[in-house]
Structures are given as C-alpha cells and as structure tokens.
Design a protein around this ligand. Sequence first.
Ligand code: ADP
Length: 262
Amino acid sequence: IAWSNAAIAGENGEVTHVVASGIDVTEQRELDRLKDEFAAVVSHELRTPLTSIRGALGLLAGMHTDTIADDRARRLIQVASRNADRLTELTNSILTIERLRAGRGSLDLETISAGELLVNAAETVAGSAEAAGVSLVVQPAPFSLVADGPKLAQVLVNLIGNAVKFSPAGSSVEIRAIRQGGHALFSVQDHGRGIPLDKLDTVFERFRQVHSHDAREKGGSGLGLAIARGIVEQHAGRIWVESELGVGSTFLFTIPAEEKAV
Ligand code: ADP
C-alpha cells in the first residue's frame, strides 16, 4: 500500500487534521495490467481490418488516371494511406509493449559489432534526418558485444528518430558506443530543444509526451521510449537521459558486455 498524507489547516493556519490515504498498489498494478491487456487485444483485432484498408488504398492509388481523374482524390488517398500506416505502427508498438511487459518474447542473442549496429541504425533514420536538415555523426565503435541485434537496433532507431524530430535544421546528432567496465555504453546526443528536469524520468513511461501537442505536430505516440526501456531492461541494462532546456539532450543506455576485441 502506498500512503500519502495531507494536513488540513484551521482559520488561523494551525493544523487541525491530518488525512492519511492509502492506495492499494496491488490493485493499481492489476488495473494497469488489465489496461495493457485490453489495449493489446484491441490492437490485435485492428490488424486484419487495417491490412485490408491498406491493401484497398494501395489498389486505388495504382488505378489509371482516367478512373481517378481528380488530383484531389489522389491526395485524399495519400492522406488515408499515411494515416493507415500510422495506425499500423501504433498497433504494432502497443503489441510490442505488451510482449515486453508480459516478459514474453525471448532475446535472440548473437555476437554483433557495435560499429555496424550504429551505422545500420543511422541509415534507417537517414531519410528523415535529411528531410529535417539534421546531420547524423556516427563515431567509430570497434568492439563487439553479445545482444539481440534487431532489438538493439530498434532502441537506437527510436532514440535517433527522436533526436532528429526535436532538433533544429542545421544541427547535428552524435551517435556513439564505447566499452566501459564490463558494459557497452551507447549514447545519442542532440542539440535540440531539451527536456525539462521534471520530465526526465516520465518520458520513458507509456504514452508520455513533454507537450500534449507533440503527437500532433511531431508525430509519434509516446511509446518509443517505453519500448526502448523495455528492450534495454530485457538485456539487464539501464537507460536514462541527461538534458538541458534549449541546449540539447543525451540519451544513454548500457548493455552488459564482456571485454572482447573485434
Ligand atoms: P514519441 O513517439 O512521442 O516520440 P517517445 O516515447 O519516443 O514518443 O518520446 C516521448 C516524449 O519525450 C516525446 O513526445 C517528447 O516530448 C520527449 N522527447 C523524446 N526524445 C526527445 C529529444 N531528443 N528531445 C526532446 N524531447 C524528447
């Protein structure tokens, strides 16, 4: 049970009552679990109709111009396709979160090159970085580690994608990995808007965004960092962020790694 206290003052400001309230955390956790499970079931059920909608939109887009002569119709199809893709991404993210939360989905461990991992992740985000006028700088990382390659790549892609989203044109994002005392330490540093001190922990929670308009203006759902944290913790690592408003943010995570040269 989590307790919190509140003091109630009388007319002269003296404390007259103290109210203590206790929340049954077990009950809260069970509620959270049910919410996650519900979201996962709904997401799963949305998959089949979404596949059909995307298929139909793809066919429409490929039809002859004399069938869909109107430019406006084409633009509407594009808007619908973009949003169907976004919805698909969202349902996939919810299912990933649920799998991580339930401890399902094992790690596929292999020896991977840290340097290649950084380069591949940066390449995945290169298109949106270019569109945003942000340059990606990948530092050499000549060592290997044992980890689930595709999952670590997902963590890096989420972090680099955010760094690009919240950085001004003309700035750079530095992507590094070093070996440090039995760990590989990865970092993604940007020179963007930064994160307020009181949000440094909460940004890793599901559906949390620093500004409520972030989702609308920047895209995203507030799940990327929750997924990143889930994957890093699955590897018995740690993830955190250091940031200064208006100066930039550095997201860091560790993955246990034995000393071993490439
Ligand atoms: P989203 O899909 O909204 O990007 P995330 O979980 O990846 O979800 O991020 C949660 C929120 O954390 C973002 O909406 C944004 O408000 C904040 N955030 C994440 N990365 C950065 C960054 N590099 N700079 C500033 N704010 C960030």
